[in-house]
Write a protein that binds this ligand. Structure first.
Ligand code: SAH
Ligand code: SF4
Length: 335
């Protein structure tokens, strides 16, 4: 705006139009003179995502959207609606967003990993997923309440663009979603966990653990060969020491692979003295993996073993499995 000789308040007008009104085209900016609107139109592209398909779960609470971003595959994002609970916990609209088309990390049970890596998303494309749903929810006087960076891709493999997107959505004069309402999940890229520990941003960190010994973890998550547990766990301690924030460890429970009481004991040994929480995810089916989810009874036994050791542990509710919107089920092939 300065280079164009415009007054500085134009910046705020545009910023607020984008992030508070969710305007998606320069035409919407009724607060700007027409000549400026036209200039903006000539110089900037406002929309990279085109919606291709939207599917809704049977209960109506989960919506998965496929967006075209001019690649052969596109990306998916998921909106999860949690109604107000009987104990008056307010309703939540949690968004699960993607940071890459595909993923290079090759975790064996994950549909995104099974499709391989195609490309990184830009901050703009990450932000747009949120604005798309904000617009949709806004039309019903609702708001995005939480954002989990747990869709397609490994966020720390696209660190700058991911953090850039969160910073933008966190901006107090724009979208203004509190940093604590974001959770970034990583497969365990140690150098970036260290970098994240030094950020001033107070977003939550989740780590996909899934195994408490190197042999088992490497067999499911190849990145463990590069960053084994003896590097990962100290990086987690360092994060907690620096930020005083609790880490969430994700554990996809797989029948007869990592669901025994012995596995829970090993996990307790690994997490000893660490401010953390364990989130159990019953394995979701994907085409490229034959492992089966653990039974409910075994999942409860695993949970109660950890709780007996004073490790807080919850079982994540399965959402949108029938529309392939569950954890690790996002994959796109040709649109
Ligand atoms: N790349 C990041 C975030 C995306 S995956 C990461 O790996 O952490 C989000 C979560 O879903 C991760 O904890 C991942 O391990 C888990 N996940 C992947 N495939 C799954 C499956 N088939 N069933 C259950 N959880 C799965
Ligand atoms: Fe990538 Fe996460 Fe899937 Fe692993 S689990 S392949 S890191 S998206």
């Amino acid at each position: 705006m300065q280079a164009w000789g415009e007054p500085s308040y134009r910046v705020l007008q545009i910023w607020q139009g984008l992030y508070q009104q969710y305007w998606s085209s320069p035409d919407d900016f009724s607060n700007l003179p027409k000549t400026l609107r036209e200039k903006v139109m000539d110089h900037f592209s406002f929309s990279h995502l085109t919606i291709v398909r939207e599917v809704c779960s049977n209960d109506g609470f989960t919506v998965k959207t496929l967006f075209d971003i001019n690649t052969s595959s596109g990306i998916e994002a998921v909106l999860m609606h949690y109604p107000q609970t009987s104990d008056k916990k307010s309703e939540r609209n949690t968004l699960c967003i993607s940071t890459q088309v595909g993923c290079a990390m090759g975790c064996v049970f994950c549909a995104t990993g099974q499709m391989g890596f195609q490309q990184n998303l830009t901050s703009g494309e990450i932000v747009e997923q949120v604005l798309f749903y904000a617009r949709q929810l806004g039309a019903r006087s609702k708001r995005v309440s939480n954002v989990v960076v747990m869709g397609m891709g490994e966020p720390f493999h696209n660190y700058e663009q991911t953090l850039g997107a969160i910073e933008r959505l966190n901006h107090s004069q724009g979208f203004n979603l509190g940093a604590r309402r974001f959770t970034i999940s990583t497969v365990g890229l140690v150098p970036f966990i260290k970098r994240f520990s030094n950020e001033r941003l107070q977003a939550n960190l989740a780590i996909s653990l899934h195994a408490a010994d190197n042999d088992l973890r490497s067999s499911m998550l190849p990145i463990n060969n590069k960053y084994p547990l003896e590097q990962l766990i100290p990086a987690c301690h360092d994060y907690v020491d620096k930020t005083h924030r609790r880490i969430t460890f994700e554990w996809a429970l797989i029948k007869d692979v990592n669901d025994s009481i012995e596995d829970a004991r090993k996990l307790r040994g690994l997490l000893n003295g660490l401010l953390c929480h364990v989130n159990i995810i019953p394995l979701n089916p994907t085409n490229g993996y034959t492992g089966a989810p653990t039974s409910n009874a075994r999942a409860l036994a695993f949970q109660s073993t950890l709780q007996r050791y004073n490790i807080p542990c919850t079982i994540r509710t399965r959402r949108g499995i029938e529309i392939q919107a569950g954890c690790g089920q996002l994959a796109t092939e040709g649109i």
